[in-house]
Design a protein around this ligand. Structure first.
Ligand code: SF4
Length: 242
């Protein structure tokens, strides 16, 4: 049994609403296919890096047709900064091909169909459908996974699908799409993997990590205290008449 009840869940929702009242996806895009491609590129990368290459892609290839005929080596040169650029170049050219030839240039709204596309897994499909259509889906990326485990919304041993199911069970469907974005932003800017901002966090009392992080803070505090004490002692020794 995972140890938080309805009251705690409401507190999580309230705190995330307070921190991120209008959460926005940080990937830049103009059309459905631009968003899908940006999400595919963001795997194992950052939104910032993706945003640094997508304007070049979409200004060089002004339509899906053009993108579907792109030379792979040209795409690779543009995509290189996001990592896994060979695989990702193939993915996005193939996605463009499929959209042009089978879907009249429109990204399908069905998760089962989307996950048959190259480079598109359940998480990518969920992010796309929640962001573009505001459909009720929760995508569990590295931030959502970390936050869920720290806040005891999931077991440490849970995989991403377990976590997705648990979050859907615990929180009302009407907030899934928003909650997903809020958890991503909370994980990215507050509940970071390394050195999370625990001191001012209002969810400390629920969190699995807080003790560890506060102990670390206490340790640093003690190191500085001892250092100051030793410096004072040395100074007072120097002041003594010889
Ligand atoms: S106390 Fe720290 S680790 Fe826990 S939820 Fe808050 S920021 Fe994250």
């Amino acid at each position: 049994m995972i140890g938080i009840g309805l009251k705690m869940m409401n507190r999580i929702v309230e705190y995330l609403d307070y921190l991120f009242p209008n959460p926005k996806c940080e990937l830049t895009y103009n059309t459905d296919y631009e968003l899908l491609i940006a999400i595919v590129l963001s795997a194992q990368s950052t939104d910032k890096r993706v945003n640094s290459v997508t304007p070049t892609i979409f200004s060089k290839y002004k339509s899906l047709e053009e993108l579907s005929k792109a030379k792979l080596s040209d795409l690779e040169d543009i995509i290189r900064p996001v990592g896994s650029f060979r695989k990702k170049s193939e993915y996005i050219r193939d996605i463009a091909n499929i959209l042009v030839n089978e879907y009249n240039g429109v990204v399908p709204q069905d998760r089962d169909v989307l996950t048959t596309f190259p480079g598109v897994g359940r998480k990518t499909a969920n992010v796309f459908l929640a962001e573009y259509y505001n459909y009720p889906y929760i995508a569990v990326d590295t931030h959502v996974e970390r936050v869920s485990k720290r806040l005891k919304l999931a077991y440490l041993s849970d995989n991403v699908l377990d976590i997705e199911k648990k979050l859907m069970k615990k929180f009302p469907k009407s907030i899934w799409a928003k909650l997903h974005l809020q958890m991503v932003l909370f994980g990215r800017y507050y509940c970071k993997a390394i050195k999370p901002e625990c001191r001012d966090c209002k969810l400390k009392d629920i969190c699995r990590e807080k003790k560890k992080n506060l102990n670390w803070f206490f340790f640093l505090f003690m190191v500085f205290l001892v250092r100051d004490f030793l410096l004072d002692l040395l100074e007072s020794q120097e002041d003594l008449p010889s």
